[in-house]
Design a protein around this ligand. Structure first.
Ligand code: ZN
Length: 157
């Protein structure tokens, strides 16, 4: 799955958070992720984070792994880019610009996904040969909840 698609897919199952990766809600004794920023949405969609993960499991055992894992899937998010907004001089790696657009410019996740798609496309043209096999296939390993709620994305047409 492309990162832009992952952001869109994740955005269909959560409300948008700003300033934090995820928003949690407690139902009885269980906590569920019900909100996510643009990056958090992607983490959910590719299965690196499960909606049933609690704040505790994420903050204690997963935070470092998450950064590493998302970079392994999408190495190009460590490339430096300029913020696409007018009148903004922010330059940072793609991963941080995604967070910056979400938190600082308050972009909707759909809009961020559109921008990510434009960056991703350039990367794909550059790496076309190596990427034949696609990303790690974690979607296949975790078809459960996300797949059942899947809606048609532009790329599905
Ligand atoms: Zn900016």
């Amino acid at each position: 799955m492309k990162l832009a698609e992952a952001i869109l897919l994740g955005s269909t199952i959560t409300y948008q958070t700003r300033g934090s990766l995820f928003g949690f809600e407690t139902f009885g004794f269980e906590t569920e992720i019900v909100g996510s920023c643009a990056l958090g949405s992607a983490l959910l969609a590719v299965g690196l984070v499960n909606q049933k993960d609690s704040l505790l499991t994420l903050t204690v055992s997963k935070p470092v792994d998450l950064s590493t894992a998302i970079r392994r899937m999408y190495p190009w998010i460590m490339k430096a880019v300029s913020c696409p907004c007018d009148n903004c001089s922010e330059v940072d790696v793609v991963q941080n610009i995604i967070i910056h657009l979400n938190d600082h410019h308050a972009w909707e996740r759909e809009r961020t996904a559109e921008w990510v798609a434009s960056v991703e496309q350039k990367e794909e043209v550059a790496n076309n040969q190596e990427k034949k096999g696609g990303v790690l296939g974690s979607q296949k390993k975790n078809p459960g909840k996300l797949k059942s709620k899947r809606v048609l994305l532009p790329a599905d047409k």
